[in-house]
Design a protein around this ligand. Structure first.
Ligand code: AMP
Length: 533
């Protein structure tokens, strides 16, 4: 179905139930529905219509949910932006997607980056949301969260529109006719298997099917009674589908957190009693590490799903023991909206497996040497997928689209196998990506940034295990003859080129780097050396 229909159904069914709690500022489903319709009318006046790409560059706030469904009601396409990205990355994504309107927040860490792209890119307008207006009055939360010095002063000109002004528009909103199977709802950027950023075209049918599939997999939840804590960012596909859209479909109350601070998260769990917590392994690891002294109570949590990176067994067992919940591991990727498989909630859970396919999903393991050949149970090969949640292709990129499908199945770039019982196991990633706390970090981006430094001759980056983020980048460099620098000077230099998650955990300066037969620096060999330490 079209996502607005999923949303409107929830608004009608759960009207008086709480929908969002943002630091104590609450919306019922009925109120959320009204806010979406008003924002949609305002966006319609700005010219948003069928096919218009509208960016969301927001940390988790009620605006994220309101703007998302408002855009979709008009038949617009949501383009999710990671607010931690540096200007260069945001600019590329604006131009690739053809984003003409960006919805963002008036905080200094985000707004100035977007404002500087008016003019130099195809961005025409900025809709600025007020952080202050999103918070409950008089609680001093604003100042604990964002000191007022951290708020940006948006410009006042014809290219800027206040979100509050959108909501004041008069007239009638005309919802678009949406063809769920054909119409793109979201462009979700990912490096995929090649590392070159591209927009996965997720249709309304893809995204709503994934919600329905998740619902079939976890039938124990009670509609209208669950409360979910969403620390996972909604601009990431996992937070969008398994967090926001799924929660709305079951009328859950969504407690939104815009950033992750362990103690704040633990305090909120203790105080607000969420029953659901979707997350990435590093989130569960962090919560487990700090819960210690009996000050916090996690016992309200009944069910958690972990995905995006391998969930260490000790993290799972410790978190389950502390909270009494079921923490199940699933597997997914951007191109699959994202959930592909998950462990069951009952005794049939298999450690180290990422579970079995969601209903309607077919997993094929194909030979790494000859991808036309589908392998038998137990054999390792590339995980390929079919199902209603598989993307329509990459936005304006026929070449990458063609390369990612084989006989109509999506190639994931992940190596895995299926056991006799139909459970999926991930072995390795074909891709060289580094996964930091659920985000993909591309070694090449870091290498290219290092190459900007005048003393650097060669650079190679690999992922090394990191107790907190799952993986962290480590860089190896050689210097130009006669040049001198130190690892800490290089790290300092990189801050202008990389976002925080891309920053290497360590830099090693070497006399030489291992090379492949044709003379390319061998990341593989570096990784092997590193694992022997
Ligand atoms: P993304 O498209 O950015 O969400 O990244 C998807 C990739 O994350 C997949 O192709 C896998 O390589 C990896 N991934 C997802 N879930 C898991 C998991 N449970 N264990 C290990 N890797 C995972």
């Amino acid at each position: 179905m079209a996502l607005p229909r999923l949303f409107d159904t929830a608004v009608a069914r759960f009207a008086d139930r709480p929908a969002i709690d943002f630091f104590g500022r609450k919306f019922t489903y009925a109120e959320l529905g009204r806010q979406v319709d008003r924002a949609a009318l305002g966006l319609q006046k700005l010219g948003v219509r069928h096919g218009t790409r509208v960016g969301l560059c927001l940390p988790n706030t009620p605006y994220s949910v309101i703007a998302y469904f408002a855009i979709l009601k008009l038949g617009g396409i949501v383009v999710n932006f990671n607010p931690l990205y540096v200007e260069r990355e945001i600019a590329q994504q604006i131009d690739d997607s053809g984003t003409t309107i960006m919805v963002t927040l008036d905080v200094k860490k985000i707004y100035p980056k977007i404002a500087s792209l008016l003019g130099g890119t195809c961005l025409e307008r900025i809709v600025v949301c007020s952080m202050r207006a999103a918070l409950p009055f008089g609680k001093g939360i604003l100042f604990r969260l964002f000191k007022s010095a951290e708020l940006a002063k948006p410009r006042e000109d014809s290219r800027h529109v206040r979100f509050s002004a959108l909501r004041a528009a008069r007239g009638t909103m005309e919802p678009a006719d949406i063809d769920p199977a054909a119409d793109i709802a979201v462009l979700q950027y990912t490096g995929g298997t090649t590392g070159i950023p591209k927009g996965a075209m997720l249709t309304h049918a893809n995204l709503s099917a994934n919600v329905a599939q998740i619902g079939r997999h976890v039938p124990i939840l009670t509609a209208g009674r669950e409360r979910a804590l969403l620390i996972l960012p909604l601009f990431h596909v996992f937070g969008m589908t398994a967090g926001m859209n799924f929660c709305i479909s079951i009328g859950a109350e969504i407690i939104l957190l815009p950033s992750f601070d362990v103690h704040q998260a633990l305090a909120i769990i203790t105080q607000k009693h969420p029953t659901l917590l979707p997350g990435v392994p590093s989130l569960f690891a962090a919560l487990t590490a700090r819960v210690g002294d009996g000050k916090y109570d996690l016992s309200s949590i009944n069910y958690c799903i972990s995905g995006g990176a391998p969930l260490p067994l000790e993290v799972r067992t410790r978190f389950e023991a502390l909270s009494g919940c079921k923490l199940v591991e699933g597997y997914g990727l951007t191109e699959a909206s994202p959930v592909v498989s998950a462990n069951p909630l009952d005794a049939a859970y298999k450690n180290t497996s990422v579970g079995f396919p969601l209903p309607g999903t077919v997993i094929e393991i194909r030979s790494l040497d000859d991808p036309r050949r589908v392998l038998a149970a137990g054999e390792k090969g590339e995980i390929c997928l079919r199902g209603p949640q598989i993307m329509a292709g990459y936005w304006k990129n026929a070449k990458e689209t063609e390369a990612v499908f084989i006989d109509g199945a999506l190639r994931t770039g992940d190596v895995g196998y299926i056991d006799e019982g139909g459970y999926l196991y991930l072995v390795d990633r074909i891709k060289d990506l580094i996964l930091c706390g659920g985000f993909n970090v591309y070694p090449r981006v870091i290498e290219e940034a290092l190459h900007q430094h005048p003393a650097v001759a060669e650079a190679a980056v690999i992922g090394i295990p990191d107790a907190y983020r799952g993986q962290a980048p480590k860089a190896f460099v050689t210097l130009r003859p006669g040049a001198q620098t130190t690892p800490s000077a290089l790290l300092h230099f990189l801050r202008d080129y990389l976002s925080r998650i891309e920053m290497p955990k360590a830099i090693e300066i070497r006399a030489s780097l291992p090379k492949t037969a044709i003379g390319k620096v061998s990341r593989k060999e570096l990784a092997a050396e590193e694992s022997h330490h």
